[in-house]
Design a protein around this ligand. Structure first.
Ligand code: NAG
Ligand code: NAG
Ligand code: NAG
Ligand code: NAG
Ligand code: NAG
Length: 480
C-alpha cells in the first residue's frame, strides 16, 4: 500500500517500477490494457514525508460520479499512523474525484496531480454539521451549526495541502441558489478550513466555485498560503478568497483571486463572541496579490474584528475592476481594534473607492452586542500607490465619539474617472496626515504637497513567518 518508506527508497522503487511498466508495454503492445503509471514530481513544502500512498490504493474512483468520501477518509485514517514516523502523503492522481467532506491529520500532505479535480459533492448528507465557531457564536448564514468544510482539519500540527495547480471545484451554484432562496438550514461550507492548528501550508492549487469562503485558517499559527488561483463568478455570494481569522504569523503570497466578495478578508471574531474569545489576527504578510472583485474589497480588515487585528504588512498588490482597495469595516458593538496596518506598492485600475473605511458597517451576530464596545482604529499606513479610473479617491468614515486615528497616506496618485464624484475625498471622525497625495486629501488628513514627501511607516524588520524555510520534496506517484 505504501509507495515508499523514504525519499531514498522512493527513487529506487520508482526506477524499478518504470522498468515494470516498460515490460508490460512491450509484452502487450501499444494497445495494452490499463497499466500503472509512475510519475515523478517535486514540490516545495515545510516538511517532506517518509510515507506515501495513492487515493486509488483505498478504492478511490476518479470517474466524476462515484463518491470518494470513504476512500479519502480511509486513506487518511490509515496514513495517520505515520504521524510520529516521518509523516505521510496522500497522492491524488489525474481524474475527477467526487467527494464529500473529509478530515486531515497531522504531519500529513495532501497532494493533487495537475489533472486531479476534487469535485465537491452536492449531497448535503456528505457534509456533517459542526458547531459554530466560538468567536462567532453562530454560523455566518444561519443561527446554529454549519456544514463542515470540504477539506477540514482541527488541532493539527504540520499539515500541507498542495499540488501542481490541481483543482478543487466547490460546485457552488446549488449552494448559492439555496442561499438566495433562504433554503439553507445551516451555514454554507467553505472549501478549506483549518482550525486550532500550527504549521500549515496551502499552496499551488486552483480553487473554483466555492459554496462560500474559499480558504479559512482560524485559530492557527505559522500559516503559509502561496500560489493559489481562486475564481468564482463576481456575482456569487460570499465567495471570499482567503480569510485569515484569529491567526498569528501568516504569509499569503502570489495569489490570483477573482471573487464575489473580498479577495482577502482579515478577521478575528464577531461582536460579543469575538470579544469574549479575544484572539487577534496578527503578524500577517500579504505579497504579490492580484484581485478582481467588482463588488468588494481587495483586502478587507473586518468586518468581524472583535478579537483585534494588528501588524498587517501588505505589498505589491494589483487590483483591477475592484470596488475598493484596502477597506476597514467595523461597527459600534464590535470592540476590538485594527492597528499597525502597513500597505505599500499597490496599483489599482478601475475602482469605486481607492480608500474606504466604514465605522457603521452594522451586521451584528445578534441583538446582544454591547453598544459601549467601540473598536479602536489607529495606525493605518498607506504609501506608494498609483490608481487610475477611480470614482472616488477616499471615503473615510470613523465613528462619532470614537475617531479612527493615526491614518497616514503618502506618495499616492489617484487618476479620477470621467464620471468621478465631484468631491474626491469625504472624511468624518478620522485624524491623520498625508504627504504627496493627489488629488489633495480632505482637511482631516492635514497634508503636504507633492514637493516634500514624508513617507508613511512600513516596518523594516521581518516577521517570524518570513524566516520559515521550505524544502524540495520529491516522490513517485502511482496511478492506473
Ligand atoms: C471530522 O471532524 C469533525 C470535527 O471534529 C467531526 O465532527 C467529524 O465527524 C469528522 N469526520 C469524520 C469523517 O471523522
Ligand atoms: C482543539 O484545541 C482547542 C484549543 O486548544 C481546544 O479547546 C479543543 O478542546 C481541542 N479539540 C480537540 C478535539 O482536541
Ligand atoms: C498555476 O496556474 C497559474 C494560473 O493559471 C499559473 O500562472 C501558474 O504558472 C501555474 N503554476 C504551475 C506550477 O503550473
Ligand atoms: C512613489 O511610489 C512609486 C510607486 O507608486 C514609487 O515607484 C516611487 O519610488 C515612490 N516615490 C517615493 C519618493 O517614495
Ligand atoms: C473606467 O471605469 C468604468 C467604470 O467605472 C469602465 O466602464 C471603463 O471601461 C473604465 N475605463 C478604462 C479605460 O478602464
Amino acid at each position: 500500500m505504501e509507495l515508499s518508506k523514504s525519499l531514498r527508497t522512493a527513487r529506487v522503487v520508482g526506477v524499478v517500477s518504470v522498468v515494470v511498466v516498460l515490460v508490460l508495454l512491450s509484452t502487450n503492445g501499444a494497445e495494452s490494457r490499463k497499466h500503472w503509471v509512475f510519475d515523478y514530481f517535486e514540490y516545495s513544502a515545510i516538511n517532506c514525508r517518509a510515507h506515501s500512498a495513492s487515493l486509488t490504493d483505498f478504492g478511490g474512483v476518479g470517474d466524476g460520479t462515484t463518491s470518494n468520501t470513504k476512500a479519502f477518509q480511509a486513506a487518511i485514517d490509515h496514513l495517520s499512523q505515520f504521524a510520529s514516523d516521518g509523516g505521510s502523503q496522500l497522492f491524488v492522481p489525474p481524474g475527477r474525484w467526487l467527494t464529500g467532506s473529509f478530515n486531515l491529520t497531522s504531519h500529513f500532505t495532501l497532494y493533487l496531480h495537475k489533472d486531479a479535480v476534487l469535485l465537491a459533492s452536492q449531497d448535503e448528507h456528505e457534509w456533517p454539521v459542526i458547531d459554530p465557531l466560538p468567536s462567532y457564536g453562530r454560523g455566518r448564514d444561519t443561527q446554529g451549526g454549519r456544514y463542515i468544510s470540504l477539506i477540514f482539519g482541527t488541532n493539527l500540527t504540520d499539515v500541507v495541502i498542495t499540488g501542481e495547480n490541481g483543482t478543487i471545484d466547490g460546485q457552488g451554484a446549488l449552494w448559492w441558489a439555496k442561499f438566495h432562496k433562504g433554503e439553507l438550514k445551516y451555514t454554507r461550507p467553505y472549501l478549506i478550513e483549518i482550525m486550532h492548528s500550527d504549521n500549515v501550508q496551502i499552496s499551488s492549487l486552483t480553487l473554483v466555485n466555492s459554496p462560500s469562503w474559499n480558504v479559512h485558517p482560524v485559530y492557527c499559527s505559522n500559516v503559509i498560503i502561496q500560489g493559489l488561483t481562486i475564481t468564482a463568478p463576481v456575482t456569487s455570494p460570499n465567495t471570499d478568497g482567503i480569510n485569515p481569522d484569529s491567526c498569528t504569523n501568516t504569509r499569503i503570497e502570489d495569489c490570483y483571486i477573482v471573487s464575489g466578495d473580498d479577495c482577502i478578508a482579515v478577521k478575528s471574531g464577531w461582536d460579543e463572541y469575538g470579544i469574549a474569545y479575544g484572539m487577534p489576527t496578527k503578524q500577517l504578510v500579504i505579497r504579490r496579490l492580484t484581485c478582481i472583485s467588482p463588488f468588494s474589497a481587495t483586502i478587507a480588515l473586518g468586518s468581524e474584528m472583535s478579537g483585534g487585528i494588528e501588524d498587517v504588512r501588505a505589498e505589491d498588490i494589483l487590483a483591477i475592476d475592484t470596488e475598493s482597495g484596502v477597506r476597514i469595516k467595523t461597527a459600534v458593538g464590535r470592540g476590538g481594534y485594527v492597528k499597525d496596518i502597513y500597505v505599500r506598492s499597490m496599483t489599482m485600475k478601475t475602482m469605486k473607492w481607492a480608500f474606504w473605511m466604514t465605522g457603521n458597517y452594522g451586521s451584528h451576530a445578534d441583538n446582544n452586542y454591547d453598544p459601549n464596545a467601540l473598536p479602536a482604529i489607529q495606525g493605518i499606513n498607506y504609501r506608494d500607490m498609483v490608481a487610475e479610473n477611480v470614482t472616488m479617491a477616499g471615503r473615510l468614515e470613523g465613528i462619532s465619539g470614537d475617531p479612527f486615528t493615526g491614518i497616514c497616506i503618502s506618495n499616492v496618485t489617484i487618476g479620477l474617472a470621467k464620471k468621478a464624484k465631484k468631491v474626491p475625498w469625504t472624511c468624518t471622525d478620522i485624524a491623520g496626515i498625508s504627504s504627496g497625495v493627489v488629488p489633495q486629501p480632505c482637511d482631516l488628513l492635514s497634508g503636504q504637497g507633492p514637493e516634500k514627501i514624508v513617507a508613511c511607516n512600513f516596518p523594516t524588520d521581518s516577521l517570524p513567518i518570513d524566516t520559515v524555510e521550505v524544502q524540495t520534496c520529491s516522490y513517485w506517484g502511482k496511478y492506473l
